[in-house]
Design a protein around this ligand. Structure first.
Ligand SMILES: Nc1ncnc2c1ncn2[C@@H]1O[C@H](COP(=O)(O)OP(=O)(O)OP(=O)(O)O)[C@@H](O)[C@H]1O
Ligand SMILES: [Mg+2]
Length: 417
């Protein structure tokens, strides 16, 4: 853990089980700070037994409390346990005889009681000051963006996979428009991963020229970090959407990775994406393999795209849907969407609902003019043809997803309350 240099003084409570036992410690600290002139330690109070120590921790809320292993009335472990419940922000340091500092039983008991550090009388003043500064700075992690991510349901990252049972049914068209739509609403917070797809698809639809793709990123498997990830993303100028381009090859992520390494890479990738972006969209080809299964299980929503143009697409969609359920993906997370919807469709919404057993949540109209023009121009319909039926359909789907997220957030807030 990094040690922050404290400008304000560190507030501590110390214990003195026998009269005068803490004199040495207090002398050492004041001598140290007198000599260095840097920062300070403010001894708020001296406790004389375990109960008093726990009481002072709860009432004075110091940054750190030093507890002796053996204190009159109440052991250091018991006091630490009560403090961790009553005043979780107070860091407990347990002082044990030198020969017991590395004792496994001491360590196990201390951890159970919520002790943050174990020291002995042999710990040097420098080491102790360093430890006090480290412990006192832990609460500063509340300022971090990640703290908000875990505590604020509104900021919880969401992963959305868009997939389907067939090629050429508009999965990429849907993903690009959805992601672009979200990117406009949430500037800088949206990323789109072209998962295994043909290089051209997403990049072409957005008219961007990526320098790197997902396969090249996968060659960093095992050492992936935020910087490496960012250098592999390209920004879509009109929307600020970040894109990880697909691999030009068809051999999966990286021919050199074992299936286990591939999943580990995906775990790292999703972990980083979730940390840095609120919305991650994955455009996933019509294939249920170990890698896509992993992404599906990590997705809060799976947009399952189908068409009503022929029976085989509807049947394959039904099979795909069942396979997703077999992966124990909750049905409410799967959003069945009919693309290229028109009166001329061979089949009906009722047909696909019957075949799959799922509700169609939305239809995107058949709009070949807009679809073709937007691909040729390399600009999502929701940007340059915002009044078109296709754009309206995509925007409504985006709204519908946002609604589901809102409902989920309200549910969590109710649980928190
Ligand atoms: N709503 C729509 N109306 C009319 N045409 C559409 C619509 N959506 C997609 N298309 C057309 O369907 C074709 C395939 O679209 P897209 O590339 O998005 O499909 P896909 O499912 O991603 O295909 P693949 O499996 O090859 O990745 C495109 O040429 C596009 O113009
Ligand atoms: Mg595609």
């Amino acid at each position: 853990m990094a040690t922050a240099t404290h400008t304000k003084s560190i507030r501590i409570v110390i214990t003195e089980p026998q009269p005068g036992a803490s004199d040495d410690l207090q002398d050492r600290l004041s001598e140290y700070f007198g000599a260095t002139g840097a920062g300070n330690v403010d001894v708020l109070a001296v406790a004389h037994d375990g109960l008093e120590a726990a009481q002072m921790a709860a009432q004075l809320q110091p940054d750190v409390i030093m507890l002796d292993e053996a204190m009159p009335g109440m052991s250091g472990y018991e006091a630490a346990m009560l403090i961790s419940l009553a005043a979780p922000d107070v860091a407990s340091i347990l002082v044990v005889p030198s020969e017991r500092v590395h004792d496994n039983e001491v360590i196990a008991n201390a951890m159970r009681a919520g002790v943050r550090a174990i020291i002995s009388p042999a710990t040097t003043t420098e080491q102790l000051v360093d430890l006090l500064e480290t412990l006192a700075s832990i609460v500063e992690a509340r300022e971090r963006q990640e703290y908000e991510l875990i505590t604020d349901p509104a900021k919880m990252p969401v992963t959305i996979s868009v997939t389907g049972a067939k090629g050429g049914i508009g999965k990429s068209m849907t993903t690009v428009n959805l992601a672009a739509s979200f990117a406009r609403e949430h500037p800088g917070q949206v990323v789109l991963v072209d998962f295994y797809g043909q290089y051209g698809n997403v990049a072409l639809m957005l008219d961007i020229e990526p320098n790197y793709n997902i396969a090249e990123l996968a060659s960093f498997a095992g050492e992936l970090d935020s910087t490496i990830l960012e250098t592999h993303l390209v920004t879509h100028a009109d929307t600020g959407l970040k894109v990880l381009a697909g691999s030009p090859g068809s051999a999966g992520l990286d021919g050199k990775l074992t299936p286990e390494e591939e999943i580990a890479f995906l775990a790292d990738l999703i972990g980083l994406l979730r940390r840095h972006y609120r919305f991650a969209f994955f455009d996933i080809p019509p294939l249920i393999g170990e890698a896509s299964k992993y992404v599906f299980t990590r997705s809060q929503y799976i947009v399952l795209v189908s068409t009503l143009t022929d029976l085989s697409t509807v049947r394959d969609t039904a099979t795909f849907y069942r396979q997703l359920l077999d992966e124990r993906i909750a049905p409410e997370r799967i959003k069945l969407v009919v693309n290229r919807y028109s009166r001329n469709n061979e089949l009906t919404v009722a047909d696909i609902q019957q075949a799959t057993g799922a509700q169609v949540v939305h239809q995107i109209p058949d709009d070949p003019q807009t679809a073709i023009a937007s691909i040729n121009e390399g600009s999502p319909a929701i940007i340059t043809r915002s009044g078109s039926p296709l754009a309206r359909g995509a925007r409504e789907l985006a709204k519908l997803l946002e609604q589901s997220m809102d409902e989920e957030r309200q549910r969590r807030e109710r649980q928190q309350a």
